[in-house]
Design a protein around this ligand. Structure first.
Ligand SMILES: C[S@@+](CC[C@H](N)C(=O)[O-])C[C@H]1O[C@@H](n2cnc3c(N)ncnc32)[C@H](O)[C@@H]1O
Ligand code: SF4
Length: 392
C-alpha cells in the first residue's frame, strides 16, 4: 500500500465503508454510553486482531466482493491499540475487499493516550486521518467531563497529529452546564485556530444509564434548556461558517472537500461492514439491505468468534419502508439533503404533498431543484420532528 497516495475525491456516491470497533478505554467518561470498557489486565491484542480477521471473513461472505471507499477505527479508544494491531487490522481488510490507494483511513484517538512513536506507527500502517477527542479547551470543564487529559495534553496531541497525519479533526462537546454563548464562541474561535479543515461539535447529551444521567435526574447537574441550546447551536453554525468551516452535517463542520468520507457514507445511506464488539452494519445482499449487530461484551464477542467464526447476534432484513425511513433519517442530517429519486424508489411513493407543503411554508425544509430535499437551519433544530412528519 502506498500510504502517501493523495486522497481520492468524493464522488458524491454513498460508498462502502469498513468500521472496526476497539471497545476499551483507560477510564469511562461519565457522559458516555458508547460500547467502551475499562480493563485492569492487559488486553490480548493479537487475539483481538485474529478475531477481527475472522469476523471480516464472515462479513465478506455477506457483502460479496466490494471496493472499499473508507475505513474507520472507532471506539472506545483505538489509540490504545498497538501500531502492530492496527497494521494487522488494515492488512486483513485488504485481504477481504478491494482497498484502492488514497481512500480515507481514520482512527479515533484520545489526547491522553497519544505518543509520537505510536502516532508514527499508525501512520506507517496506513492511517491517513486522525480524529482527536479534545472535548473542551479549559481544564475545569475537562475535569467535569471526567477526561484524563488537560488542555496542554490536547494541544500537544493536536500539534503532533498535524505534523504526522495529512488530515486531522477534533471533537468538542458544548452545551455544558452554565456555558454561555460568549464563553462558547471564544472557545470555538480558539479551536478553529488549531483546526486544519474539520471539526466535530457535539451538544452534551444526557444518556440514560450514565453517571451524568443519575446526577441530572437528581437535579445535581443542570444543562442548558431548549432555548439556550438553540442559541448555542446557532452561535456554532454562525461562527464556523464565518471562519470557513461550515456545517455539512448537524454536528460536523469542514472546509468544502474535507468532509469525512466515512461519515458521509453513513449519512448517504451507503453500506458498511461493522466489525468488532457491539458494531452495527448495513450490508446489501441482492436487493435486500441487512442490518447487522454483534455481541457487545468484548470477551463474550471473542468467545463467540472462536465458536462460530463471527460475533454476529442479530441480522435483520430491512423492508422498503424501513430503508426509506432510514435514508430520510440519515440524509436530512446533511446540508446536501436527500436524493428524492432514491427515496421514491425505496418507499414506492412521493412525499405526502400536504405535509411537505406545511413544512415548506414554515421554513423547516427546502427543495434543491427537483431532485433533492433538505432541512433549513431552522428545520435542523427540530430534525426528529421533520423526519417523523415526512416518513409516515
Ligand atoms: C465514541 S467517542 C470516541 C472518541 C474517544 N474515545 C474520545 O472520547 O476521545 C466519539 C465522540 O463522541 C462524543 N460524545 C460521546 N458521548 C457524548 C455525549 N453524551 N454527548 C455529546 N457528545 C458525546 C465525544 O465528543 C467523543 O469524542
Ligand atoms: S468518550 Fe471516549 S474515552 Fe470517554 S468513555 Fe466514551 S469512548 Fe471512552
Amino acid at each position: 500500500m502506498n500510504i502517501d497516495a493523495p486522497l481520492l475525491p468524493d464522488t458524491g456516491e454513498p460508498g462502502f465503508g469498513i468500521y472496526v470497533h476497539w471497545p476499551f478505554c483507560a477510564a469511562k467518561c461519565p457522559y458516555c454510553d458508547f460500547n467502551s470498557h475499562v480493563r485492569h489486565q492487559p488486553v490480548d491484542q493479537p487475539r483481538f486482531a485474529a478475531a477481527f480477521q475472522s469476523e471480516m471473513g464472515w462479513m465478506r461472505q455477506m457483502s460479496g466482493p466490494k471496493t472499499v471507499t473508507s475505513i474507520f477505527l472507532g471506539g472506545g479508544t483505538p489509540s490504545l491499540m498497538e501500531p502492530a494491531t492496527v497494521a494487522a487490522v488494515l492488512e486483513s481488510i485488504s485481504r477481504h475487499w478491494h482497498v484502492p490507494e488514497g481512500i480515507e483511513i481514520t482512527m479515533e484517538a484520545n489526547p491522553s493516550s497519544v505518543e509520537a512513536e505510536r502516532f508514527r506507527g499508525y501512520r506507517a500502517a496506513g492511517v491517513n486521518r486522525v480524529s482527536l477527542g479534545v472535548q473542551a479547551l479549559n481544564d475545569a470543564d475537562l475535569k467535569f467531563l471526567g477526561r484524563l487529559h488537560d488542555v496542554a495534553d490536547a494541544l500537544k496531541a493536536i500539534r503532533l497529529a498535524r505534523e504526522i497525519f495529512p488530515r486531522m479533526s477534533f471533537d468538542l462537546i458544548y452545551a455544558r452546564p452554565r456555558q454561555t454563548v460568549d464563553a462558547w464562541e471564544a472557545e470555538l474561535k480558539e479551536a478553529i485556530s488549531y483546526a486544519v479543515d474539520h471539526l466535530s461539535l457535539y451538544q452534551l447529551t444526557i444518556e440514560e444509564g450514565t453517571p451524568f444521567y443519575g446526577l441530572h435526574k437528581a437535579g445535581k447537574l443542570l444543562v442548558p434548556d431548549g432555548d439556550q441550546s438553540a442559541d448555542l447551536y446557532e452561535a456554532t453554525q454562525e461562527t464556523t461558517a464565518r471562519y470557513g468551516l461550515p456545517a455539512y452535517e448537524v454536528s460536523n463542520h469542514a472546509r468544502p472537500g474535507a468532509e469525512s468520507r466515512h461519515n458521509l457514507t453513513y449519512w448517504r445511506y451507503g453500506d458498511y461492514a461493522g466489525i468488532g464488539p457491539g458494531a452495527h452494519g448495513r450490508l446489501t445482499r441482492g436487493s435486500q439491505k441487512i442490518a447487522t449487530a454483534t455481541e457487545r461484551r468484548p470477551e463474550a464477542w471473542l468467545d463467540l468468534v472462536g465458536r462460530q467464526g463471527h460475533g454476529m447476534i442479530d441480522q435483520e432484513e430491512l423492508g422498503r419502508d424501513e430503508q426509506a425511513d432510514e435514508l430520510l433519517l440519515m440524509g436530512l442530517r446533511l446540508t446536501e439533503g436527500v436524493d428524492l429519486a432514491r427515496w421514491q424508489q425505496l418507499s414506492g411513493r412521493d412525499p405526502d404533498p400536504r405535509r411537505e407543503q406545511i413544512l415548506l411554508e414554515h421554513g423547516f425544509i427546502e427543495r434543491l431543484g427537483n431532485s433533492r430535499l433538505r432541512c433549513t437551519p431552522k428545520g435542523m433544530l427540530i430534525l426528529d420532528a421533520v423526519v417523523a412528519d415526512l416518513a409516515c
